[in-house]
Ligand binder design. Structure first.
Ligand SMILES: Nc1ncnc2c1ncn2[C@@H]1O[C@H](COP(=O)(O)OP(=O)(O)OP(=O)(O)O)[C@@H](O)[C@H]1O
Ligand SMILES: [Mg+2]
Length: 380
């Protein structure tokens, strides 16, 4: 039996990735050659997939890569403890010797590490009373990683996914402090990725801010249609289904080219056809798949919707009807009952909550749903 070729939510094998070759190459180089790289892209466009592929490639070249997703921690102190525990794991010496080495590397944090033989995992505690969100803790952790880089013979790199969290925790002076640390540590590679695109763009493109020209930037937008088109077509044809090219176009349109949504829709459509013979992917199968997906996620969308204010709800409807453009115009405001001052404020708020995202086009701005299926649910 052929397995469903469309994966979403799970980690992709390098062979399952469509394109992103350039990004993977540059991230890998940054990891191996002490580079600095920012990978910025809207949610669900494949940042983590690129990071994983590059980390795997760098590790194959014997690099030590410490990789973290800042969103999975509740504060800087937790992230710092994770950095120390991961350093202990990669040092690969016996438990007593590892404890001594970690203590020497991160001495100011006075770390105590523990090895759990049952899980094979290390954990760390630190005994400095600097407050949970204290930036100096994080800077100390960066310094410790740099000391480790001097000791070991292989390239060492630090990767932080959802990096904007670190800046949010660390407050106003965070960027300046991290910049100074990065400049001190020229023998560590640093790769930071994040999905708050407006915030990260401003952080890295605004000459007044510390990260301006700090390193290479990659913006991870949608995948090129022709490649995604043939990936989808192949996925169906390899399982013996025929494919109406119009249906593939429908998948990309409804999913607005967001890789996660394209894969989700393709996957559900593939399951629908699985046991049918003769079978053909048509616009009707895509419509059915979409209905299935949004009714499955309906409880989540209902909760999200009910948590919004009336103005926010109106604005989301306006985004759909006006296709996300010229929302602050008097005409749009009038027809949706929204004052233009309210529109900009509410747009920013919905962006902050990662419900909407801003897309710069030539001379205009287009607002889009982070999750195009939420828009589809709303349009039902
Ligand atoms: N290059 C790609 N080829 C094929 N599918 C992809 C690709 N990149 C991403 N996807 C699809 O999108 C999904 C989400 O990818 P990933 O988790 O890497 O995105 P992300 O940008 O890190 O998202 P988030 O901002 O939510 O963390 C993957 O599980 C996969 O289904
Ligand atoms: Mg991610």
């Amino acid at each position: 039996m052929v397995a469903n070729p469309f994966q979403y939510g799970a980690e992709l094998k390098p062979s399952q990735l469509v394109n992103r070759k350039l990004e993977i190459r540059d991230v890998t180089r940054a990891l191996l050659e002490h580079g600095r790289l920012f990978l910025i892209g809207p949610r669900r466009h494949g940042k983590t997939a690129v990071l994983h592929a590059a980390c795997a490639a760098a590790r194959r070249e014997d690099a030590i890569v410490l990789e973290f997703d800042a969103e999975s921690y509740a504060g800087l102190d937790e992230l710092v403890r994770a950095v120390i525990a991961e350093a202990a794991r990669v040092l690969k010496s016996d438990a007593r010797r590892t404890g001594e080495r970690i203590l020497a590397l991160f001495s100011k944090l006075r770390p105590v590490i523990q090895f759990n033989p049952a899980t094979g995992e290390w954990s760390a505690t630190i005994s400095v009373d600097a407050g949970r969100q204290s930036m100096p803790l994080f800077i100390e952790a960066l310094d410790g990683v740099a000391r480790m880089a001097c000791e070991v013979g292989s390239p060492v790199a630090l990767v932080i996914d959802e990096f904007q969290k670190v800046i949010e925790w660390g407050g106003e002076s965070a960027e300046g402090q991290i910049r100074a640390a990065l400049q001190r540590h020229s023998d560590v590679g640093f790769v930071f990725a994040g999905s708050k695109t407006s915030m990260l763009n401003d952080m890295t493109l605004n000459p007044a801010r510390p990260f301006y020209r700090m390193g290479m930037r990659h913006f991870l937008g949608p995948l090129a249609r022709d490649e995604f088109r043939s990936f989808i077509t192949r996925g169906f044809e390899n399982a013996g289904h025929r494919v109406d090219p119009k249906a593939v176009e429908d998948i990309l349109d409804v999913a607005e080219d967001v890789p996660y949504n394209v894969q989700a829709l393709s996957s559900v459509a593939w399951d629908l056809l699985r046991d049918r013979r003769p079978s053909m992917l048509t616009s009707t199968s895509v419509r059915q798949a979409l209905q299935l997906l949004i009714s499955r996620d309906s409880p989540f969308y209902v909760t999200l919707w009910n948590g919004l204010t009336d103005v926010q709800k109106r604005l989301l409807r306006a985004v759909i009807q006006e296709r996300g453009v010229e929302l602050a115009s008097t005409a749009a405001g009038k027809s949706h009952g929204l004052a233009s001052s309210t529109v900009s404020k509410t747009l920013r708020l919905l962006e902050e909550r990662q419900i909407l995202r801003r897309e710069e086009q030539d001379k205009t701005v287009r607002w889009r749903f982070e999750d195009p299926f939420f828009a589809a649910w709303l349009s039902r």
